[in-house]
Design a protein around this ligand. Structure first.
Ligand SMILES: [Zn+2]
Length: 276
């Protein structure tokens, strides 16, 4: 059965209203979500307190999105200085999430996304493991760093030289900020799906929902383990202050009896089915 992974990347001090309306939609339907947060936002104690008041309780989890929205380096660009910086970003964010929100971090989403995730990046994976990370979402774009990101199943990094494999949980489809034309990202041509692309950027929640529905329906028809689009609270809020697109998606999922889960929940489900 296909699970829908609801996740939101919290990257800006100005996105609190977006987080509030998204969390409101999730509470309305009683369904969970994962927030991947940039650690430096939590340095502001008052902001952190407001964020905490919105996401408190068991419905939501908060995971690591680096401290400063650090862009990862790969291959030969990974030197000792970068590894040290990466480790500091992870540990400061973990500490802030623990101190300000009382939560333990086990997951990481990289800023941007990469077509092959962290394949072959033993040193980055070791740093992640050493900082308590057990699952990551780093494969979030397609060929040549394009969107939409293709469907892909979770997989362990078990060919890399690390003692305990980390699970990659790829993201799929459009990034909401790109679909709506707020941020630029190359788009793959020709389209990798039968249904192609919308003729223009959506302007109503119904139009935006109709794009996501195609991806959800395909994942369910193919009985994929999960479907995971990427949303940003600032972009959700800019489009519609009440996050109505999120409401339409959740309403559809609930009606269709498609389970909605956090990244941690999917990780544990996968770990049970495919133990390391
Ligand atoms: Zn980000």
């Amino acid at each position: 059965m296909t699970s829908y992974l609801a996740s939101y990347d919290v990257e800006s001090i100005r996105c609190l209203e977006g987080v509030r309306s998204i969390a409101g939609q999730h509470r309305r339907y009683g369904v969970p979500a994962t927030f991947f947060i940039v650690g430096e936002l939590l340095e502001d104690a008052q902001w952190a307190q407001e964020f905490q008041s919105i996401v408190e309780g068991p419905l939501f989890e908060v995971q690591n999105h680096t401290y400063s929205h650090l862009r990862l380096q790969f291959g030969l660009s990974v030197d000792t200085a970068f590894l040290q910086l990466f480790a500091e970003e992870l540990s400061r964010t973990n500490a802030l999430i623990s101190d300000r929100l009382g939560r333990t971090v086990t997951g990481f989403r990289s800023p941007m996304g990469f077509p092959d995730g962290l394949r072959g990046e033993e040193r980055l994976l070791k740093v992640l493991w050493d900082h308590g990370i057990r699952f990551v979402c780093t494969q979030a774009v397609g060929k040549h760093h394009t969107v939409p990101a293709p469907f892909a199943s979770p997989y362990y990094y078990d060919e890399e030289d690390i003692l305990h494999p980390i699970l990659e949980i790829p993201a799929h489809g459009w990034h909401d900020n790109v679909l709506k034309g707020y941020n630029y990202c190359p788009v793959l041509w020709p389209p990798l799906t039968d249904w192609g692309y919308p003729a223009s950027a959506p302007v109503t929640p119904e139009e935006e929902f109709s794009v996501y529905k195609l991806w959800i329906d395909h994942a369910v028809a193919e009985d994929l383990l999960h479907i995971a689009p990427i949303f940003h609270p600032w972009s959700v809020h800019r489009f519609n202050a009440e996050a109505e697109t999120i409401g339409l998606i959740l309403d559809y999922l609930v009606q269709q009896q498609i389970p909605i889960c956090t990244y941690s929940q999917l990780y544990h489900q996968f770990l049970q089915a495919v133990p390391v």
